[in-house]
Design a protein. Structure first.
Length: 292
């Protein structure tokens, strides 16, 4: 089984939705390169769908996500009356298909702590619904809003679509369950974020996570694209950036507060990651915010 891995923001957005009923002998139209993801959710009967060489039997209580850049069709006619909902969605952000057992080795960004909080999540292409009634109700509400003429209804549709997306993500096996490396990397990252203000060692991190430091480092490199030390340094710098802009605290005190024991080392790290020294960074944003 494969997943679609989305990088957000921007978050995938709702375009159009509807529902169809096929009689016994009915078939889904053959289409190719339609430019949108096509989400199919069956609540009666069975859809026999193929996307190029991959075949799926979508039965009641399951969903299927078809790619926007491939051909899809029915490979077999319905054997009974079949009812299903469909949703067209798309994203302006990056996405790619990956094996359900694959762990991404690429960082989301060169600096995981950019000012816009980017994140990634994986949605299996095909799977069951644990709470189908909740999903069907959301789909019915989406379709009802399509008949309303006001702009606020379009906004409501986007909100409902995000609730639907969360439902689908909650229904699936979480990455940490399928990839132990995710769980180890997240546990290590949470420990570093919690204790970043004080000196930390690999031995202490190892004791907290209950794995060898080398293995923790490999897990974090695979998930976040950086070692624990690099993660900690970048996180500390991000905290320092916020204090430089929001407060009038001396730079040396900020360096100490975010966990840098050496002021010169803080300045070197800050310049390396931001391209300027801390005081320059502060003045840049103070000047931009100053009245003309």
């Amino acid at each position: 089984m494969t997943d679609i891995r989305f990088i957000s923001p921007p978050i995938p957005h709702y375009i159009l939705s509807g529902e169809d009923t096929y009689p016994a002998g009915g078939m889904h139209a053959s289409r190719k390169d339609i430019g949108v993801f096509d989400l199919l959710i069956v609540d009666k009967g069975c859809l026999y769908m193929a996307e190029e060489d991959a075949a799926f039997e979508a039965t009641p209580g399951t969903y299927l996500l078809l790619r926007p850049d491939r051909s899809h069709r029915s490979y077999r006619s319905c054997t009974e009356e079949t009812h299903f909902y469909w949703v067209h969605l798309q994203t302006l952000g990056r996405w790619h298909e990956m094996s359900g057992t694959q762990i991404s080795v690429n960082p989301i960004d060169d600096n995981p702590y950019v000012q816009i909080n980017q994140f990634a999540y994986q949605l299996p292409r095909f799977g069951p619904l644990r709470q189908p009634a909740t999903v069907y109700a959301l789909l019915a509400s989406l379709n009802q809003l399509s008949r309303q003429p006001y702009a606020v209804d379009r906004l409501k549709q986007q909100t409902l679509f995000q609730e639907l997306l969360i439902q689908l993500l909650q229904e699936t096996v979480q990455p940490a369950a399928r990839h132990p490396q995710f769980a180890i990397a997240e546990q290590a990252a949470a420990f570093l974020r919690t204790h970043y203000r004080r000196p930390l060692s690999y031995a202490e991190l190892s004791e907290a996570v209950h794995f060898h430091p080398n293995y923790i480092a490999r897990c974090m490199k695979a998930v976040f694209g950086c070692t624990p030390l690099e993660y900690l340094t970048r996180y500390r710098i991000e905290q320092a950036k916020g204090q430089l802009v929001r407060t009038d605290e001396p730079v040396g005190r900020i360096a100490e507060d975010v966990g840098f024991g050496s002021f010169p080392f803080f300045v070197r790290c800050f310049a390396k990651h931001t391209g300027c020294r801390p005081r320059e960074y502060r003045m840049r944003y103070r000047e931009e915010a100053a009245p003309k």
